[in-house]
Ligand binder design. Structure first.
Ligand SMILES: Nc1nc2c(ncn2[C@@H]2O[C@H](COP(=O)(O)OP(=O)(O)OP(=O)(O)O)[C@@H](O)[C@H]2O)c(=O)[nH]1
Length: 366
């Protein structure tokens, strides 16, 4: 019995962090909401560790005002974390993270914080705001915060002024804050554009995959339905082509050769309809649905297709001269004006069953 590989402590840590930070234990989805939830959780975790360790420091140093100032924030971030886990409401929790933060940061600028060092914390505002509120709303909030910063530093008389720093410090603080804000704005803009185009490409690719049958490259059932809805088809001919006795071929030569034979049949259909306005789809395993932009009885044309498809073959192996070949049965009908596809299909199936019952390798119409 093979032993399970032991996970390293790094893997254990990353699993633990991912369980803490992801929107929910089972969620693997990558969406804008899950990204925001991840960022809020990460921020709360960092802030809890940060404020709690400063509070412990305050306790050791008997600085009670530090403890009183910081513990409410520790409690707030713990609350936001659990509230978000419970409700997944990232909009409310994002606001709960940001708005108290703006107030605290502006107060630190006003008061100077501990020995005038309070200002150094304001740089977390631009990235947090832009990550959580996006380029437009986040940009406006950062601009308003900057105005508040400028007013406090240059218009108001504050305790910070009494600390005796060089007057140039204030303008440098504003410049450096603006620099961080611009860099965060550029980063958020580029990454949101990139995510948007990635999501668009992915949805186009997924739609393409859903529209196409991967074995034959024909339209899938979904693809045909989409095309019929999107395009104007006036009373088209609808042909249901079913391969006769494919089961026997699979049993005798295997599924791989059965697949090759299906592809050979598709090639012969493409060759037959070249230059015509037609939709060819793989409706089921050994069943093709053809929608032909021709009105009126097309039994003769369908018979020509049947004869051509009967000539399609694949060689069993390069050594053996044997080839695989069988025939097809076709049920044909016309889609009447305003009729749902299901009604047309019902008639096409009836016609096909008639052809099968009458001995296969034939065309029947209804
Ligand atoms: N190789 C291959 N076989 C397929 C595929 N899809 C369906 N089939 C086979 O098509 C066969 C259909 O069997 P049946 O419904 O009994 O029909 P049949 O043997 O073609 O005979 P009739 O339709 O009655 O003439 C089954 O053996 C399926 O496995 C496919 O993608 N590849």
């Amino acid at each position: 019995m093979q032993k399970e590989p032991r996970s390293t402590s790094f893997q254990t840590l990353s699993r633990w962090l991912s369980a803490i930070l992801r929107p929910s234990a089972s969620s693997q989805a990558v969406s804008d909401a899950s990204r925001k939830i991840f960022i809020i959780n990460l921020f709360c975790l960092v802030m809890v560790l940060f404020t709690a360790s400063f509070a412990v420091y305050g306790l050791i140093q008997s600085k009670w005002e530090v403890i009183y100032d910081l513990l409410p924030f520790t409690a707030l971030y713990v609350f936001i974390y659990f509230w978000l886990r419970r409700t997944q409401n990232h909009v409310l929790c994002g606001n709960l993270v940001l708005y108290p933060l703006y107030v605290v940061m502006l107060y630190l600028v006003y008061s100077g914080g501990v020995h005038g060092t309070g200002l150094v914390w304001i740089y977390c505002i631009p990235p947090m705001t832009l990550f959580l509120h996006g380029v437009k709303r986040g940009g406006i909030e950062v601009a308003l915060f900057t105005i508040g910063l400028v007013v406090i530093l240059f218009v108001m008389k504050t305790p910070f002024d009494e600390l005796g720093y060089h007057p140039d410090l204030k303008s440098r603080i504003v410049y450096s804050f603006l620099l961080i804000a611009c860099l965060s704005l550029i980063y958020e803009y580029v990454s949101s554009r990139f995510n948007h185009s990635l999501r668009h490409q992915l949805s186009v690719k997924l739609e393409e995959v859903a529209m196409t049958d991967h074995l034959t490259g024909l339209l899938s059932r979904h693809g045909l339905e989409q095309r019929l809805q999107a395009e104007e088809w006036w009373m088209p001919n609808v042909w249901l082509v079913n391969v006769d006795c494919l089961k026997g071929i699979n049993e005798e030569f295997g599924h791989t050769l059965g697949d090759e034979y299906l592809k050979a049949l598709v090639d012969s259909m493409h060759a037959f309809f070249e230059g015509r306005s037609v939709l060819i789809s793989r409706w089921g395993g050994e069943e093709f649905l053809i929608v032909l932009n021709d009105t009126g009885d097309q039994s003769e044309l369908a018979n020509e297709l049947r004869e051509m498809m009967a000539k399609a073959s694949v060689q069993v192996s390069s050594r053996q001269r044997r080839t695989i070949s069988t025939s097809v049965s076709i049920g044909i009908t016309i889609m009447r004006a305003g009729e749902p596809i299901s009604t047309t299909l019902g008639r096409a199936y009836k016609a096909l069953y008639q052809a099968k019952e009458a001995g296969r390798n034939r065309v029947d119409s209804l």
